[in-house]
Ligand binder design. Structure first.
Ligand code: RUB
Length: 270
């Protein structure tokens, strides 16, 4: 694989999920013609990629990759404790999948409900990975999420971005499902590397929501029909029980405070 191949795979969501994209982005820096600007342009709603590339450039790729690996271990340890009898998840978060695999290794008894995640069906990746690990998994169409949540004990999702206001940005549908979960009194945990904090939101800028091609939704749609295909959406902090990150398990506002305290050096622009 060369740099161009990696970019194509990220753009086409063949390499997907914030953590996989960030890891690959950092690794690809050693390739000929690698460009930070190009990598960042591929998936605009990915602060972990931006932060990891910044650290890789400023210090070393190893420091960035070590952070991602050690964070993952800490999140898994905390996340396993939140696994209950029926776990609801959406899309494909490697962080959530790793928590569930670890819970299985620890012989916890549970099953997973996953939504298919149109238009690209990343829910199928989750379903296949969990099933391969011997975990009982049921796939639902996205519009059956309330039906699934009514029978769930906990909702575990990943994140693409965390804003200064403690909002989470994750796969489209996540906000709607978190809203529903709150009404059904199902706790919502967001499992994420703290470096998904979006530094741009510190100056009041809004995180950009990636708008993807309409072809993914309806390839040969009649030309007069407009199609929107936002890849992500915001989850307001009031719908989040806690953020499980390498910093610990905290409410969104506390997470933001802790992040700013720990990563003063990352907050500095240069
Ligand atoms: C994937 C997605 C994932 C987060 C977190 O979207 O929304 O929940 O990226 O993933 P896409 P991880 O398929 O469009 O990249 O926990 O692996 O960082």
């Amino acid at each position: 694989m060369n740099f161009k191949d990696i970019c194509k795979k990220i753009k086409e969501v063949k390499i997907q999920g914030a953590t996989n994209i960030a890891r690959m982005g950092v690794i690809s820096l050693s390739f000929k013609n690698a460009s930070v600007k190009k990598l960042i342009s591929l998936r605009p709603t990915e602060p972990l990629l931006r932060n990891a590339l910044r650290v890789a450039k400023k210090f070393s790729p190893k420091i960035a990759l070590d952070h991602i690996d050690s964070s993952e271990k800490k999140i898994i340890k905390k996340g396993v404790r939140k696994v209950k009898k029926v776990v609801f998840t959406h899309c494909h978060s490697s962080t959530v999948v790793n928590i569930l695999k670890e819970a299985k290794k620890k012989r916890k008894k549970f099953e997973v409900y996953v939504t298919e995640t149109r238009p690209l069906y990343q829910g199928r990746i989750t379903a296949k990975e969990l099933s391969k690990a011997g975990i009982k998994v049921t796939e639902f169409i996205d519009s059956a999420a309330r039906v699934a949540l009514e029978k769930s004990d906990v909702m575990l999702i990943g994140a693409d971005a965390i804003t200064d206001d403690g909002e989470i940005i994750n796969k489209i549908g996540s906000g709607m499902f978190a809203w529903t979960a709150k009404r059904l009194k199902v706790p919502v945990y967001v499992c994420t590397d703290s470096w998904k904090f979006d530094l741009r939101t510190l100056s009041g800028k809004e995180e950009i929501i990636e708008e993807r091609s309409s072809d993914e939704v309806w390839e040969d749609a009649p030309s007069k029909i407009l199609i929107k295909n936002p890849a992500f959406e915001v989850i307001k902090p009031e719908y989040i029980t806690a953020i499980i990150s390498d910093l610990g398990v905290f409410k969104p506002s506390t997470f933001v405070k802790r992040f700013k305290k720990k990563y003063k050096w990352l907050l500095k622009r240069n």
